[in-house]
Ligand binder design. Structure first.
Ligand code: OXD
Ligand code: MN
Length: 592
């Protein structure tokens, strides 16, 4: 069989296991060339130049957006494809009813057929990467093989990649194998397969972020959630934010919200004018790895080093930090452009689109100018609110875990769990309206436990059991809360102003953790009375506040019954403790 010519590089000889796997993949995929990525600036700029020459990357206005580029994906490849994303465990039950499943032997056969010869005439890039700070015991490494230079550029922004990662793999002796090819972008030949028992991933036929940047959802959530269960920690779809009060005290909070529900905005929040002296520090905007620490607290690292954020809606007012972060050295995917070649998306207050995300002259009749799931990829270190603690090998101590979803009705602005187990029930019961981050209908309420529905690499019943066990191992567990920024009035108006004003809610949460804020007992948990929440100076009516903090027992009975019906899908694997907790929760709302 033909072997691909190797690029002379000392990287190829750094780790035998990686080199052997690369050779196997090259034999299967038959690339024209193999390039080991060292993660250097020179390599990054060389790839940028190559992509520009090939007209795959379009330089944006370099005066106003220096170092920024536009990438237009295939119009049929713009989001994650959950129905084509499989967990391939030997036993189907281990993947659970929450995941599409395929037997590993069949999945490997099917994927290898697709990969056979697929890199002919292309370059095979080898990307060693580290999820988390290179020197953190909590970090885990992987190697992605891809035939997409766009993926290399994005991985460079999103992970610690290159030589240092390969050196760490040498020390660890283990790595997650991720094989990716854009193939022919035919959605009928598109699959994202995960083999948690083998710590490997095979993704074919998509160049879209969540399907192609394998360090992100595939490794840092699906495979890592499996690794985390084996090793006693949690891999979660959570932002991590540090809130500093005027006394200089910082509390770190981890929040799990479904995709496109404002995690990036919350992680970069600008305090409202009345919060003089408060500061907000971003540790992460999407993923948290949580480890029980020796002192009995829970510690979090952000395994990523960049943001792959949703562009629409980002502006000076909604997220000034993101707005400033993406003014330079940013890759924009599927946004529109203005006449003077600046990026544009719905919600941007300046400029007008002249070309839409597909490069067509802008015509409102064709729909939004920017794709609703258009994205920016940028290094986290460019964020004005970047927390130095994001690089701390030991992570940050977590005071509170906050679950949330996009719910027009029912879920109040904020409530607190009575204890860890009740918090696990609240997390497991999260439901949210679907968004453009995944293909399929938008705005449908679906169960999204812990915001992990698309991302848990194993059976949810085992995952909840693992959550319960981790909680039992921590002496001083974080307090658990649920928030909903998206409550609407009967007339369809948002009741809560959101954005920076969310700090008022986070303040109550922190004060609860410190034991200094009041809460009232309700049928669903502990809640602030209207007077416990700082609403001074807010343009909001008393009726709106009352409704935001109201509990409707009849609606909650319906909700918890629906949670019960969902739990039934997990049959006898559902942890008994969770079943009891639900029965008690139902009892409480029924007796209201
Ligand atoms: C993301 C997502 O891209 O959740 O972060 O879809
Ligand atoms: Mn996400």
């Amino acid at each position: 069989m033909a072997t691909a010519p190797q690029q002379p590089t000392d990287m190829a000889s750094l780790n035998r296991a990686v080199a052997a796997w690369v050779a196997d993949v090259a034999q299967l995929t038959l690339p024209q060339k193999i390039q080991w990525c060292d993660g250097s600036d020179a390599e990054f700029h060389m790839l940028e130049r190559q992509l520009v020459a090939a007209a795959e990357l379009i330089p944006l206005n370099q005066h106003t957006y220096p170092g920024c580029y536009l990438y237009r994906s295939d119009p049929a490849d713009v989001a994650r494809v959950e129905h084509l994303t499989y967990i391939c465990t030997k036993d189907r039950e281990d993947a659970g009813p929450n995941n599409p499943w395929m037997a590993p032997t069949q999945a490997h056969r099917q994927m290898d057929d697709l990969f056979r010869g697929c890199m002919r005439g292309r370059t095979l890039y080898v990307i060693p990467y580290c999820m988390g700070p290179i020197d953190s015991a909590y970090s885990r490494c992987g190697v992605e093989i891809t035939d997409s230079a766009y993926v290399v550029l994005n991985m460079r922004l999103m992970t610690r990649m290159g030589r240092a990662a390969l050196e760490r793999i040498n020390r660890d002796g283990a790595f997650v194998k991720g094989l990716h090819s854009i193939g022919d972008l035919n959605h009928e030949r598109r699959f994202i397969m995960h083999f948690p028992e083998e710590l490997s991933i095979k993704s074919f036929g998509s160049g879209y972020g969540g399907n192609a940047l394998l360090g992100k959802k595939c490794h840092a959530l699906r495979i890592a959630s499996w690794q985390a269960r084996t090793e006693g920690w949690l891999a979660e779809h959570m932002l991590i934010v540090g809130i500093e009060n005027p006394q200089g005290e910082i509390h770190y909070i981890a929040c799990a919200f479904p995709s496109a529900c404002g995690k990036t905005n919350l992680s970069m929040l600008i305090p409202p004018a009345s919060y003089r002296g408060w500061k907000v520090w971003t540790v992460g905007d999407d993923i948290a790895w949580l480890h029980p620490g020796k002192d009995g607290r829970l510690y979090a690292i952000n395994p990523e080093s960049g943001y792959f954020g949703v562009a629409p809606g980002t502006n000076q007012k909604t997220n000034r930090n993101a707005y400033e972060t993406i003014r330079h050295n940013t890759i924009f995917t599927n946004v529109a452009v203005t006449a003077d070649n600046q990026p544009w998306w719905e919600g941007l207050t300046e400029g007008k689109p002249v070309r839409d995300w597909q490069g067509r002259p802008y015509d409102p009749g064709n729909g939004p100018a920017a794709h609703p799931n258009s994205r920016f990829t940028v290094a986290a270190s460019q964020n004005p609110s970047y927390s130095k603690a994001a690089d701390a090998p030991g992570g940050v101590p977590i005071s509170a875990i906050v679950f949330g979803g996009r719910r027009r009705t029912l879920a109040p602005l904020v409530y607190q769990a009575r204890n860890w187990l009740h918090g696990v029930l609240i997390g497991a019961g999260v439901a949210s309206e679907t968004t453009a981050a995944a293909t399929g209908a938008v705005g449908i309420v679906r169960r999204d436990p812990m915001a992990m529905k698309p991302f848990t690499g194993y059976n949810f019943a085992d995952y909840w059991d693992h959550w319960i066990k981790v909680g039992a191992r921590i002496k001083a567990p974080p307090q658990i809360f649920h928030v909903n920024w998206f409550r609407q009035s009967d007339a369809g108006k948002f009741l809560w102003p959101g954005y920076g004003e969310n700090l008022r809610v986070l303040r109550w949460i922190i004060d609860r953790c410190k034991g200094t804020a009041h809460a009232r007992e309700t049928a669903i948990g502990l809640m602030p009375a209207p007077s416990d929440l700082d609403t001074a100076g807010l343009d909001i009516t008393k009726d709106a506040i009352d409704e935001l903090l109201a509990v409707h027992p009849d609606l909650w009975e319906e909700e918890l019954t629906a949670v019960g019906a969902y739990f039934d899908e997990f049959k006898e694997r559902l942890p008994q403790a969770l079943k009891h907790e639900l029965a008690e929760a139902l009892q409480r709302v029924r007796s209201e």
